[in-house]
Design a protein around this ligand. Structure first.
Ligand SMILES: [Zn+2]
Length: 70
């Protein structure tokens, strides 16, 4: 399953900058192009909540080298 491309176009980071999101269809995540937060897509529904996001400006140290390959 994949997200609707038209839906992807209107999705934006819930943070104040409302930046576009990069969709990773394999990981089922959306990554903010501005702050780097990672939002999960659960059952084809993007969870665009700052409380649920991973990564971001405060967690840059945790990024990189932790992405498992399928
Ligand atoms: Zn953002």
């Amino acid at each position: 399953m994949a997200l609707d491309p038209q839906l992807l176009e209107i999705l934006a980071c819930p943070d104040t900058h409302h930046a576009p999101l990069d969709y990773d269809s394999q990981a089922q995540t959306l990554t903010c192009t501005e702050c780097g937060r990672i939002f999960e897509v659960r059952d084809d529904v993007p969870v665009l909540l700052l409380d649920e996001a991973r990564g971001g400006p405060a967690a840059e140290d945790a990024r990189g080298g932790s992405a498992p390959q399928p």
